[in-house]
Write a protein that binds this ligand. Structure first.
Ligand SMILES: Nc1ncnc2c1ncn2[C@@H]1O[C@H](COP(=O)(O)OP(=O)(O)OP(=O)(O)O)[C@@H](O)[C@H]1O
Ligand code: SF4
Ligand SMILES: [Mg+2]
Length: 317
């Protein structure tokens, strides 16, 4: 097996007394895309922020988290800053929160190159224009002088992507990068990410609550529920033969593009409150197959096929 770029083994994240992420194990190899899917609050963003070294404090991280063979959890802040933006970069749902409103976007992109790559301001400015062009922004030399509020949502997201790829990171983390955009713009941004990944050979951790979007992007899929991984495997396997009742529910909620649906289907029941974890399978209050045995212990992951694991007592190989 290839050396993983990002390796998580039994990762736990505690925010105060609450265990937000509970024993998460996955690996992401160079150039591959791992899609992370799950409902609001299941710990997708916290997992991404742990990789970036940006989990809000006070927090406690446990288990193993490695990047390029280095122990991320043991790094100090200067070491983390040396990785962020340079070897790993992240794009967010709402670029306005990550862009500086009073600095022209070309200067913001150029700053990455000045800080991490030692570019002169002039060379950085020229490279910023080239990057804006690369992410599909028309008239890039004019746009470089624009402030974030002068651009559309889709263009701002392209600017964020230009910033993220400026230093050619090995890992790009995309956390719901298109959720805030119109459907047509969404598709353009997803295409851009796929194209950049192919050209640059980046690995991608792609996060979405929408399994339909994940299925367009990912080589492998990790399904999270209440801070735990409940299913993982090659994207086609997970989509064609889901093993966990929760994954089956997510697949049933993918909107049918051929049909106009007034009300989108949802999985019945509420997203769990992580402060009050019941013993056993966290999905049991919503699971159509729940039985007494499901409440005894947290179901461990079991292989249902080569490289395809499911955490459900009913999962069968
Ligand atoms: N700053 C914070 N302080 C305390 N708890 C937080 C904080 N941010 C998030 N949480 C909690 O951590 C848990 C995981 O949150 P996270 O943001 O990782 O979820 P998510 O899967 O990204 O959800 P979404 O789809 O809504 O973005 C949630 O239960 C949330 O309430
Ligand atoms: S372990 Fe039980 S409750 Fe949990 S998903 Fe499987 S059948 Fe449902
Ligand atoms: Mg999130």
């Amino acid at each position: 097996m290839a050396e993983p770029l990002l390796l998580s083994d039994g990762l736990t994240i505690d925010l105060g007394p609450v265990r937000i992420v509970d024993g998460l194990s996955f690996r992401l190899e160079a150039g591959r895309t791992l899609g992370v899917v799950g409902e609001s609050g299941c710990g997708k963003s916290m997992t991404a922020l742990a990789a970036m070294g940006l989990v809000p404090s006070p927090s406690r991280l446990g288990g193993t988290l490695q990047f390029e063979g280095r122990d991320l959890l043991a790094m100090n802040e200067p070491e983390r800053r040396g990785l962020r933006g340079r070897r790993m970069a992240m794009i967010f749902q709402e670029p306005m929160t990550a862009l500086n409103p009073v600095v022209p976007v070309g200067v913001q992109i150029g700053e990455m190159l000045v800080v991490h790559e030692g570019f002169s301001p002039g060379a950085a400015a020229r490279r910023a224009v080239a990057l804006l062009d690369r992410v599909g922004i028309a008239a890039p030399d004019q746009r470089a002088r624009a402030y974030p509020h002068e651009l559309s949502g889709g263009m701002r997201q392209r600017v964020m992507i230009a910033m993220a790829i400026a230093c050619r990171p090995a890992l790009l983390i995309a956390d719901e990068p298109t959720t805030a955009l119109d459907v047509s713009v969404q598709a353009q941004i997803l295409d851009l990410l796929l194209e950049l990944q192919r050209d640059e050979g980046m690995a991608m951790l792609f996060i979405s609550h929408n399994l339909g979007v994940i299925s367009e992007m990912a080589d492998e899929i990790m399904v999270m529920y209440a801070g735990r991984m409940v299913e993982h495997g090659p994207a086609q396997d997970v989509l064609r033969s889901p093993g966990h009742p929760y994954t089956k529910g997510l697949i049933a909620t993918i909107p049918d593009p051929g049909r106009r649906q007034e009300v989108l289907p949802v999985i019945a029941g509420n997203v769990p409150d992580l402060r009050f974890r019941a013993p056993g399978c966290a999905f049991s209050p919503r699971c159509p197959l729940a039985a007494a045995e499901c409440s005894v212990a947290v179901p461990g992951l079991r292989a249902v096929a080569e490289g395809h694991d499911v955490a459900c007592v009913r999962a069968a190989a």
